[in-house]
Design a protein around this ligand. Sequence first.
Ligand code: SDX
Length: 436
Amino acid sequence: MSQSALTITDNRTGMTYTVPIENGTIRATDLRQIKTGPEDFGLMTYDPAFMNTASCRSAITYIDGDKGILRYRGYPIEVLAEHCTFLEVAYLLLFGELPAAPELKNWVHDITHHTMLHETTKKFMEGFRYDAHPMAMFVSTVAALSSVYPEARQVHDPHIRLHQIQRLIGKVPSIAAMSYRHNVGFPYVYPDNDLSYAENFMNMLWKMVEPKYVAHPAIARALDVLFILHADHEQNCGTNAMRSVSSAQTDPYLSLASAASALAGPLHGGANEEVLKMLDEIGSKANVPAYIKKVKEGHIKLMGFGHRIYKNYDPRAKIIKWTAEQVFQVTGRNPKLDIALELERIALEDEYFIKRKLYPNVDFYSGIMYQAMGFRPEMFTVLFAIPRTAGWLAQWQELITDPEQKIARPRQIYTGHDVRQFVPIEKRTPVAISRE
Ligand code: SDX
C-alpha cells in the first residue's frame, strides 16, 4: 500500500477508500467516490474563505508564515529589496529569472515606452467628482482600458499577452498619478522617458511649473523598494480575484480591475489607509493602552496587524521600518511613528496578540512613510496596486498557461428551501423579512 496516501473509512457504509497524497494535499475530487449509494453526489470539502485549500500550483512566490520567510522565484525578499530595482523584480516575477544587463535594458525601454495613456483617458478622469477616492478612479480607469485595447481579449496569444503586460505595468503609475492630480485639481503631467520608473511616477505626481522634474534620489529609491516589497504575495485575496476572473478568459484589464477592487478592501490592501486613520484617532502615545484595551475587548481590530499566513513578523514590515528611517532623514520624522512603535511594543508583549500570533504586517508602517513622502492616505492603496500589478500579471500568465486550470466555479452547501408551491400575488400575505 502506498505510504503517500490516506485510507479513509466511511463509517456510514463501512467502505474504505485510498486517496493519494501529493505535495501535502489530496485532490478534493478524489472524495467524490465516497458515497452512501448510487444516488449520492459524493463528498465535497467545505472551506469558507479557503482557509485550507490550495487553488493552484505556482512557482512565483514562496511564503513560510511561521518563519516569516518571503521569496520571489527563490530569492529572499531582503536580497531583492537591497540589490534590485522594481522593474528588475517585475521581470523576475513574470519570466522566472533575474534579467542580464541587456535583457533589463530592453525591458526598461519597453515599459518606459508604454507609460503614455490614450488621450481619451482624460475624459474618463473628468467624469469623476473632484473628491472621488483614488482607488475608485484607478479600478475604473484600468477597466476602461479594456475598451482601448480590444485585442487583449485574445488571452491565449503570448505576444498579445506580453504587449498587455508591458502596457499595464507601464501605465498604472500614469493612472495613479492622474487620479492624484484630479483630486488636487492640478493639470496632468505627461511621462518623462528620461526618468526611472519611480522617478517618473514622482514626476507625474509632483511636477509643477519647473521645466524638468528632478526626483530626490533617496525618496525615489525608497519608493522603488516599497514597490519591490508589494509586488507579489502568492494567493492573497486580490490575486485570487485575478485568477478567478481571468479563469473565464476575461481580458487582463477587466481581470486586473477586479484584483484591484479586492485589494481596496480594508482587511486587505486598504489597511494601510486604515492604519493612518487609526493612528490619527489614537492621537498620542498616552492613548495607546486605552486603544489596545478596546481591541482586546473585540470592539475593533488593530489595523496593520495580523495575517492569514504570517504567524511571525511580516518580513516586509521589517524592511519598511528600515526604509522609513531613510525617508525621514529627507522629509523629517513622521510623529505618528512614535505612536506606531508604542502600539507594536505593547502589542508584542500582550498575551491577546501573542496567543493569536498577531504581528505587524506590510501595511502597519507603509502608510507612515507614504504620508511623510507627501501622499494623502487615500492614495496609499493605489501605491500598493501599482507594484502588485506585476504580481497579478505574473499569476495571470501562470494561470493561462497551466493545463490543469479551467473556469473557477466552486460548489456550495445548499441551506435553502426544498421545492415550494408557487403562490399567486393575490393570495400572498406579508412575511416579515430580515433586512440585515
Ligand atoms: C494584506 O493575504 C495576503 O498575503 C495579504 C497581503 C498581501 O501582500 O497581499 O499580505 C496584504 O492584506 C495584509 C493584511 C492587511 N489587513 C489588516 O491589517 C487588517 C487587520 N488584520 C485583520 O483583519 C486580520 O489579521 C487579517 C484579515 C489580515 C487576517 O485575518 P484572518 O486570517 O481571517 O484571521 P481572523 O480574522 O480569523 O483572526 C484570528 C483571531 C481572531 O480572534 P478570535 O476570534 O480567535 O478571538 O485574531 C484576531 C481575530 O479577532 N485578530 C485580530 C486582528 N487580526 C486578527 N484582533 C485584533 N486586531 C487584528 N488586526
